[in-house]
Design a protein around this ligand. Structure first.
Ligand SMILES: [Mg+2]
Length: 148
């Protein structure tokens, strides 16, 4: 599998910088945004992203609002919510809104890596199924000799 391409969205700058560096060492290409608004703008310019790791508690657009917007802009991207004490309820709501998984802060880097890899794989398999369905649709339209 080619390296997952992910975005970290979190208002805690030192946290984002540390995690991005650690993920980079583990063959995960990471870009960052420090607010929900910035995350959405960055997503629009990087539509090939596989996974977004999203903080629940941020000033301005919070994690849930950002999640809803991400799913509008790019429904196939998988989202992992980062939650802290007191924001567990939002993580549960996020899962109901289509987040792939959640992690409690401060998060263990190995847990984060394995969730990112699983989310990335799910996203790519989902894309492959869509491609496969498109081929089937073409075949059913033009018959089996279309590719001959
Ligand atoms: Mg925060």
């Amino acid at each position: 599998m080619t390296a997952p391409f992910i975005m970290l969205v979190d208002d805690e700058v030192p946290f984002v910088e540390t995690i991005a560096k650690r993920l980079g060492k583990r063959n995960i290409n990471t870009i960052s945004a420090f607010s929900g608004e910035e995350g959405i703008e960055t997503l629009k310019k990087n539509t090939e992203l596989d996974v977004i790791v999203l903080d629940v508690k941020m000033p301005g657009m919070d994690g849930l609002e950002t999640l809803a917007e991400i799913k509008k802009v790019s429904p196939l991207i998988e989202v992992i919510m980062l939650t802290g004490h007191g924001t567990m309820e939002s993580a549960i709501d996020g899962m109901k809104l289509g987040a792939f998984d959640y992690l409690m802060k401060p998060c263990d880097i190995e847990d984060l890596v394995s969730k990112i890899e699983a989310a990335s794989q799910k996203k790519r398999e989902h894309e492959e199924k869509i491609e496969e369905a498109k081929k089937q649709k073409t075949l059913s339209k033009y018959g089996p000799f279309y590719y001959a």
